[in-house]
Design a protein around this ligand. Sequence first.
Ligand code: NAD
Length: 327
Amino acid sequence: MTKRILITREIPKNGLTLLREHGFEVDVCPGTTGDAPLSQEELLSHLRQNSYDGIISLLTDKIDATLMEAAPSVKIVANYAAGFNNIDLAEAKKRGIVATNTPGVSSLAVAEHAIALMLALTTRIVEADLFTKKGKYKGWSPMAFIGTDLSGKTLGLIGVGSIGIEVARIAAQGFAMKILYYDVVPNEKIEKDYHAQRITTVEEMLPQADVVSLHVPLLDSTHHLINAARLNMMKKSAFLVNTSRGPVVDENALVTALKERVIAGAALDVFEFEPELAPGLASLENVILTPHIASARDHARAEMARIAAQNIIDFFDGKKPQNQVNP
Ligand code: NAD
């Protein structure tokens, strides 16, 4: 019998085409006002309209027990993201629902975004752009917008999986940065290829780094990994970059630290209470914010669509999907 898949919002067409070529019926939830994520009620209402066999979900979709209860025919949830903290994996396993992700294919994009944020902080490019566009530029000034070099500085990486490794490569090979890393698993490759040094505690690493970049998944063990106490351990001249998940940083503590110049600046692509920003964050001069776009590149997104679709195809072909996250 024809299998029916719900894609919870528009994704690149190649994913839909691949599914349709393999005989799947595919429905895509219509866009919302302002391209906002679907509310839980909207998502449930779409799911109730048909007897879906699978879902391609986004990181903004909360795939919890209520949703699984409301859509008992769903056998696979293929997340269109490297992260999968939006899915209740234990509940899925209990119900025999397979969950998959799209790891690896967005790593280069996210790594480049993290490096772009580091450069934006050290070159003050965002402030300077705004200044120039506002007509404030009255001629070359010897003291305007003095930044700092990224090259030769020390980078502290927290998490060196697929994305962290790429950041280490660009930072070491492109900017001759000294790489320190903290990860629960040692990474011999970056130690050998980029002379990275493993530091066994976050506390030991923070005072040594000029830039700290976060690349861990959101887990109980990484929630508020950067908190007020740890921000206080960083150099006054240091920058924090977060392209991982918002709750890895205590955002209210960060606002205070930035206000009080405990650290020099921060750049965030992800937010603790996404899409809300912690009070005071947006009005700070020493912070750069991007709206969770680190993987928003044509190649990465097309690959994510292809892989999410392929995971579904493989599952209904009776194979174990390559990117199953709840074995
Ligand atoms: P990955 O699984 O390849 O690597 C994660 C690394 O973190 C691993 O090396 C792991 O050992 C380490 N780790 C896990 N728990 C830890 C802990 N408590 N302390 C220290 N290290 C720990 O994941 P990845 O593909 O590199 O992605 C990392 C995260 O980036 C994803 O989980 C996702 O949340 C986020 N991400 C964000 C975007 C974006 O658009 N901003 C895009 C893709 C991924």
